[in-house]
Design a protein. Structure first.
Length: 318
């Protein structure tokens, strides 16, 4: 009888100790989760991101040929402090929608389906996300980093269906004279991780006065001044040193049009500068329009969708 009592007491003691250990383990788990959740996102991002902020600033109809005839000091300052090519090749046709789509979606027209400037893809896309669009760089950043701040300001209404606006926190159409001011206000308030600023010029001037004309070059100087204002605002926001800047375009032009196969229409600038970007100047590696999205994806350490088709300009990074 006494032996049974001792055994019962021993088992009870074991259960009490087990419960105490379980309680300590539970409390430790809660503390560890709390610490992890309170850890700065910056520390988590820095493990994978080359920079916390990426600014894609692009000018519709900006052909590389014009760089022999313009000053564009803000653009050239980025060139001097980063890497660039004047040979980024458009997809065909060398029109706006096919090339904006390829730039954003990391794939050629045969994949994303935009082969003209219509209201939607005229070729059935090879794949659609739950948002009803081919996966863009904005979509995959949102999926893989849900808390990323993504913004966009654009002039041409045709941009909205190309970017997958549902993946944005802020995506607004603006008058050309207000694009810089609207972008600056958003940058200072939100400090976005990825932001696209898309001007619809010099395309308008190219169609009216013509490409390779004084009016065209004057417009490029004005756009460069807008670029300078945006860069100054990024410095004022205190995020310049943790940013990467990409300045580029969808296509060039010939006479008063584009869409053809001349170098003036198909060769576009791609300029990249900022944190973790080498100061190598002009590079000779071949680049296609859709490689832009792949390059941005590498900055954020993103997994590439199987339906994308291209490569990052990895050689520009430190």
């Amino acid at each position: 009888m006494y032996g049974k009592f001792l055994l019962t007491l021993y088992i009870y003691s074991l259960l009490i100790n087990l419960l105490i250990l379980m309680k300590k383990f539970f409390l430790l788990s809660i503390i560890m989760l709390a610490v992890a959740s309170c850890a700065p996102k910056q520390a988590q991002q820095d493990k994978e991101w080359k920079a916390e902020h990426v600014f894609l600033i692009a000018f519709d109809g900006w052909g590389s040929y014009c760089m022999d005839s313009v000053q564009m000091p803000n653009t050239r300052a980025l060139m001097a402090n980063g890497a660039f090519t004047f040979k980024k090749r458009t997809v065909l046709p060398s029109d706006s929608s096919p090339n904006w789509a390829s730039m954003f979606a990391g794939a050629p027209t045969e994949f994303h389906g935009w082969s003209n400037n219509g209201d939607g893809p005229d070729v059935e896309p090879i794949y659609l996300t739950e948002n009803g669009t081919f996966p863009t760089i904005f979509y995959i950043l949102r999926k893989q980093f849900p808390e990323a701040v993504i913004g966009g300001v654009y002039e041409w209404g045709g941009i909205k269906p190309l970017v997958d606006y549902k993946s944005f926190d802020y995506c607004v159409k603006e008058d050309p004279a207000k694009i810089a001011a609207t972008s600056i206000a958003y940058i200072k308030e939100k400090k976005p991780n990825l932001m696209a600023v898309i001007y619809d010029d010099p395309d308008h001037v190219g169609h009216s006065a013509g490409h390779d004309t004084p009016a065209y070059y004057q417009r490029m100087e004005e756009l460069d001044a807008c670029l300078g204002e945006i860069l100054a605002a990024i410095k004022e926001a205190g995020i310049y040193d943790n940013s990467i800047f990409i300045i580029t375009s969808d296509h060039g032009g010939f006479k008063t049009g584009h869409g053809g196969r001349t170098n003036m229409e198909m060769d576009t600038p791609f300029i990249i500068a900022g944190k973790n970007v080498k100061k190598t100047g002009e590079f000779v590696e071949a680049m296609m329009q859709y490689d832009t999205a792949h390059t941005i994806a590498e900055i954020f350490g993103l997994e590439i969708p199987q339906v994308w088709n291209g490569k990052s300009m990895s050689h520009v990074f430190e």
